[in-house]
Design a protein around this ligand. Structure first.
Ligand code: DGL
Length: 264
């Protein structure tokens, strides 16, 4: 069991940001990455569709098999129930709780902003997780639907991006949040643009990094000798490879990338 890979699932290439953090913290772990590139984005889909797709993708990883499933997609994390996760044969870690927990330890004024896709914000998942930890916290959820396409077009430092960052952060600045959760795979790539608009005392919580730390804590297995990475996508491996250059350092190469098909 210990030698089995960790399975990471995302709607597309964004979850590579989690893979990147996991590979940095646990360099000896093998990883199977699954990106549902045929059906992304998940962020503007319905609850039922996101739940159905997520279950199919997780099943693909379980069949691989893997010793742990990581739901790197914030949107998918928001629509997979705890009961379902508990019913699976391996531990499941998602990006939600570790980020909410980190934010709860950082905030001083209990005013926390959450940036995410339409679906993540609509689900209320972060709000619920944060209120479990800090019942009196004031949460400012903001949907930022244009961030994903801006990142995928690699416009990380473009005036249009800075303008959108300014626009989306307005309610967070008005409410004087002292902590902001980047609740989407793509947003850590906009960290520079986001922190430029925020006062320097505001904490920025990177959900990918928090998730990787939670995985490290859960596994505590640093005795593995070799590591291997395998990548699967459901559409356009060429575009995935190109996007991977944005999300991954050059030390991580997509040597083994396969196109697979899931039944709809
Ligand atoms: N991976 C998604 C998330 O973290 C963003 C992209 C999408 O909408 O599918 O919410």
């Amino acid at each position: 069991m210990q030698d089995l890979p960790i399975g990471i699932f995302d709607s597309g290439a964004g979850g590579l940001i989690v893979l990147r953090s996991v590979a940095a913290l646990l360099p000896h772990e093998s990883i199977v990455y699954f990106g549902d590139t045929a059906r992304l984005p998940y962020g503007d889909k319905s609850c039922q569709t996101i739940e159905k797709y997520s279950r199919q993708c997780v099943q693909f990883l379980l069949d691989h098999p893997v010793k742990m499933v990581v739901i790197a997609c914030n949107t998918a994390s928001s629509f997979t129930s705890q009961e379902w996760k508990d019913s699976l044969p391996v531990p499941v870690i998602d990006v939600l709780y570790p980020s909410a927990f980190k934010a709860s330890t950082l905030t001083q004024n209990q005013c926390i902003g959450v940036l995410g896709t339409h679906a993540t914000i609509r689900s209320g998942s972060y709000q619920k997780a944060l209120h479990t930890l800090l019942p009196h916290a004031h949460i400012l959820p903001v949907a930022c639907p244009l961030f994903v396409p801006l990142v995928e077009e690699m416009l990380l430092d473009h005036p249009a991006t800075h303008l959108m960052v300014q626009e989306y952060l307005k309610p967070i600045l008005d409410a004087e949040c002292d902590t902001v959760i980047l609740g989407c795979t793509h947003y850590p790539l906009l960290r520079k643009a986001i922190s430029k608009q925020l006062p320097s005392h505001v904490h920025i919580v990177d959900s990918a990094q928090c998730c990787a730390e939670a995985i490290q804590q859960q596994l505590k297995s640093t005795s593995l000798k070799s590591s291997k990475q395998q990548f699967y996508v459901t559409d356009d491996p060429g575009r995935f490879k190109k996007l991977a250059q944005t999300f991954l350092p050059s030390s991580i190469q997509l040597e083994s990338l396969e196109l697979i098909h899931l039944d709809n």
